[in-house]
Design a protein around this ligand. Structure first.
Ligand code: PEP
Length: 253
């Protein structure tokens, strides 16, 4: 059975105190209200990782992730953070290839493939993001376009390594815009990606790969999205900054 995952992407938000308060509130609500099997992954900015991880402690079903990692192993790369450093701080997940990194920081498929390999080598679980622009969606070429992102970023991996990957389908036109993909649009793409994975790695691995949806997911639309057979959770931006909304999304399964 594939894992149900709700990952919060705090992006470049939250001071130290705000991050501590948000985490404590999420942990308390999860403890009191959440009895399902969906897990939460908190992905704060780098300086929060250690203190947030300490707050999480042994809490059940809550994990810590990073929003990015370097495509270099170590050395003279000022400002970068390696997967080895992340792993040494107990980080469990890492978001790779978010559309904001692809667009603003010009991260290529080649760089992303290198990051994925370094993450896996350190035992981190990559949350690999893919998704099309509005222009591509309008042209009707979204499916081959997003499949290509998977092929380029991931299909070099061995079956054993691929089976550790989590995928997040995030249509760029839905990120931070308040415009969500319909549950049918999400389902169609998730099913297409699962077929694409099956064509390379076989049905078993495809069936066991968690594919999350991201793009203006909130407590009002989460239930419908997560109700689709190939949607295994969400990557949540804006709504992950509010404890009530984030936990309500987790409870939407
Ligand atoms: C994201 O940035 O991954 C995201 C899905 O953002 P939002 O939920 O704000 O659209």
């Amino acid at each position: 059975m594939r894992k149900k995952i709700v990952a919060g992407n705090w992006k470049m938000n939250m001071t130290f105190d705000e991050g501590q308060t948000l985490t404590s509130e999420i942990l308390n609500m999860m403890k009191d209200e959440h009895s399902g099997d969906a897990i939460a992954v908190l992905n704060p900015p780098f300086p929060h990782i250690y203190p947030v991880k300490k707050l999480i402690g042994e809490a059940k079903g809550v994990f810590i992730g990073a929003q990015n990692c370097s495509d270099k192993e170590s050395g003279a790369y000022t400002g970068e953070v390696s997967t080895k450093i992340l792993a040494s701080f107990g980080v469990q997940y890492v978001i790779i290839g978010h559309s904001e990194r692809r667009e603003y920081f010009k991260e290529s498929n080649e760089m992303l493939a290198a990051k994925v390999k370094l993450a896996l080598a350190e035992g981190l679980i990559p949350i690999f993001c893919c998704g099309e622009s509005l222009e591509i969606r309008t042209s009707g070429t979204h499916e081959p376009n997003v499949k290509f992102q998977l092929t380029e970023g991931l299909f070099d991996l061995s079956p054993e390594d691929f089976s550790k990957i989590v995928i997040a389908y995030e249509p760029i036109w839905a990120i931070g815009t308040g415009k969500t993909a319909s549950s049918e649009e999400a389902q169609d793409m998730h099913a297409a990606l699962r077929r694409h994975i099956a064509s390379k790695y076989g049905k078993d691995i495809a069936e066991n790969t968690s594919i999350l949806y991201g793009g203006s997911c909130n407590p009002k639309n989460a239930q419908e999205l997560f109700g689709k057979p190939d949607v295994d959770g969400g990557l949540i931006g804006g709504a992950s900054l509010k404890s009530r909304d984030f936990v309500d999304i987790i409870k939407s399964f």
